[in-house]
Design a protein around this ligand. Structure first.
Ligand SMILES: Cc1cc2nc3c(=O)[nH]c(=O)nc-3n(C[C@H](O)[C@H](O)[C@H](O)COP(=O)(O)OP(=O)(O)OC[C@H]3O[C@@H](n4cnc5c(N)ncnc54)[C@H](O)[C@@H]3O)c2cc1C
Ligand SMILES: C=Cc1c2[nH]c(c1C)Cc1[nH]c(c(CCC(=O)O)c1C)Cc1[nH]c(c(C)c1CCC(=O)O)Cc1[nH]c(c(C)c1C=C)C2
Length: 457
């Protein structure tokens, strides 16, 4: 979201390699009032990390801009899977667990009851696929969890680590011996809720966005920093290299050199690896080893109300179509972002991810027309929409989502050990390490700052 924070003599420096702050928090506001998201489109308010983000939204004065979506909203209740050439509503609520719901061959309650008896693993990590197959059965792993990993990490559940991607599930098994018991009993870190977070609980929000799009969040943060006069912002000034100096660092930017006592890096791991001094080869190697997935994001606008079903969207398991990850029905949760005064439908088709290269080839050379055709075919086949869109936009987000493969937690531990041992004044934050959700990256940056300043979180 942001990039690099240097601290020196109570002055904070924010450095960025392009003209806008926000990273993947990226919204297009069309002149006619319609808003399209190219990155995240909804943020979860739940848990300590969700409350922390809402507290920050309040701190930067955006509470009047919030667009909440409650748990009772159709977008929260209905999510679909596209399996066997058909859309299937994912089971929800108690009745959904008790009945046999297609595409599953038996009621989910069967798997849940059996789960309590499954012995806990002695392994220190396991793939998400292996973990879920072992505890809940192969069918759930192959359909539901395969799709979930595509809908959160754009990744392959056979390679992703359960310990790093779904720590709640891993800890539930380790601490309580069962997912069901652990999820019911597990506590999280304590973050005191501000007014907005309290409102989110009272009104039962499942997710939220902002009237002018998610990008207005980083924009408001930047405005607040500028007003505080404690921060110096360097947009369009990529970090070229950082050299150790006494004390701290010399940071070489495209527009000059800064001295810093301490660096909190929020750069993607690979980008950080290219600017670190050659004197830390092991750290550089570990940073380079963190894989990233590329996602093609196609925003579409249609005239009229064209959806055959209402809900958040649908996911496609890799067994159905490896290239097509899923389709978000943006107009359903956020009709406020539709063109004012017109009946339109906005959709986002997401493609590629861990399968990008095999499906579309080199992300630098990919043909945008081919991506648009692929997205329109999916909308036609999955949703029966034959009409052409009235507007479209194709973007290839190169290396946008980290892939926490098996053993990722060891890698992160090793990197932080190396930093400690060589007494580097450096913290690693951002999506490459401790969680890819917007809430996670904000919380990890806040934790790094609080540790440095010696204040509690
Ligand atoms: C399509 C998509 C959909 C998503 N949906 C959701 C969602 O629904 N909910 C959710 O919670 N999360 C979602 N995410 C995930 C979330 O948006 C990201 O993981 C998160 O925004 C990453 O934030 P970050 O600050 O770690 O990294 P980034 O956003 O990648 O920011 C890194 C910044 O560093 C800058 N930079 C790079 N190199 C240099 C350099 N040398 N010098 C200076 N600056 C540099 C970049 O320009 C960039 O601005 C989604 C992500 C994508 C791509
Ligand atoms: C089809 C691809 C993707 C869709 N969203 C993302 C991808 C790669 C990225 C993404 N989505 C979520 C997160 C953050 C998770 C969090 O912990 O907050 C990220 C990085 C949210 C999310 N989206 C889906 C689920 C089940 C979640 C987890 C949190 C929640 O329950 O809300 C499902 C989902 N994602 C997409 C679709 C079409 C879809 C389901 C129908 C798009």
């Amino acid at each position: 979201m942001c990039c690099y924070l240097f601290m020196s003599m109570n002055k904070y420096f924010f450095v960025l390699n392009c003209h806008r702050f926000g990273g993947w928090l990226w919204s297009t506001r069309r002149s006619d009032g319609a808003v399209f998201e190219h990155g995240p489109r909804g943020i979860r308010p739940a848990g300590a990390v969700g409350r922390n983000t809402l507290n920050m939204v309040e701190d930067v004065g955006l509470e009047k801009e919030i667009l909440p979506v409650t748990y009772s909203h159709v977008a929260s209740k209905n999510r679909y899977l596209y399996v066997g050439g058909k859309l299937h509503k994912m089971p929800s609520g108690i009745s959904g667990l008790l009945q046999k719901v297609q595409p599953f061959s038996r009621p989910l309650m069967f798997s849940l009851v059996k789960e309590i008896m499954v012995k806990k693993s002695q392994e220190e990590d396991e793939s998400v696929y292996s973990f879920v197959s072992r505890r809940l059965g192969k069918e759930l792993a192959e359909i539901a969890v395969d799709s979930l990993c595509r809908g959160v990490f754009a990744g392959d559940c056979r390679k992703l680590s359960v310990r790093s991607c779904f720590p709640v599930l891993y800890n539930a098994e380790q601490r309580r011996g069962s997912l069901i018991l652990g999820m019911l009993l597990g506590p999280g870190p304590v973050i005191l809720p501000g007014c907005l977070a309290q409102r989110s609980v009272k009104e039962s929000w499942a997710q939220w966005s902002l009237k002018r799009g998610i990008e207005s969040f980083p924009e408001a943060i930047i405005e607040n920093l500028q007003q505080s006069q404690k921060a110096e912002l360097h947009p369009n000034a990529a970090v070229k290299k950082i050299d150790p100096s006494t004390p701290g660092w010399k940071v070489h930017l495209e527009d000059g050199v800064i001295s810093a006592d301490y660096i909190i890096s929020a750069l993607p791991a690979k980008a950080l690896s290219t600017v670190l001094p050659p004197s830390c080869p092991q750290l550089i190697q570990q940073l380079q080893d963190i894989a990233m997935a590329t996602v093609a994001v196609v925003n579409l606008e249609y005239d009229g109300s064209i959806l055959p079903v209402m809900g958040f969207g649908h996911l496609v398991p890799s067994s159905e179509d490896r290239a097509l990850l899923g389709v978000v029905y943006d107009s359903v949760p956020y009709p406020q972002h539709n063109r004012p005064g017109a009946l339109t439908t906005r959709l986002t088709v997401m493609m590629g991810g861990a399968w990008f290269q095999e499906a579309f080839g080199d992300p630098e050379a990919v043909n945008e027309e081919a991506l648009l055709t692929c997205a329109l075919n999916a909308v036609r086949c999955h949703l029966g929409v034959m009409a052409p869109p009235s507007w479209s936009r194709v973007a290839v987000h190169k290396d946008c989502l980290p892939q926490y493969y098996l053993g990722h937690f060891r890698k992160v531990e090793l990197m932080r050990d190396l930093i400690r041992q060589s007494n580097m004044q450096l913290s690693l934050t951002g999506s490459s390490y401790d969680g890819a959700a917007v809430n996670d990256v904000i919380f990890s940056a806040r934790t790094a700052a609080a540790n440095l300043l010696g204040t509690g979180i």
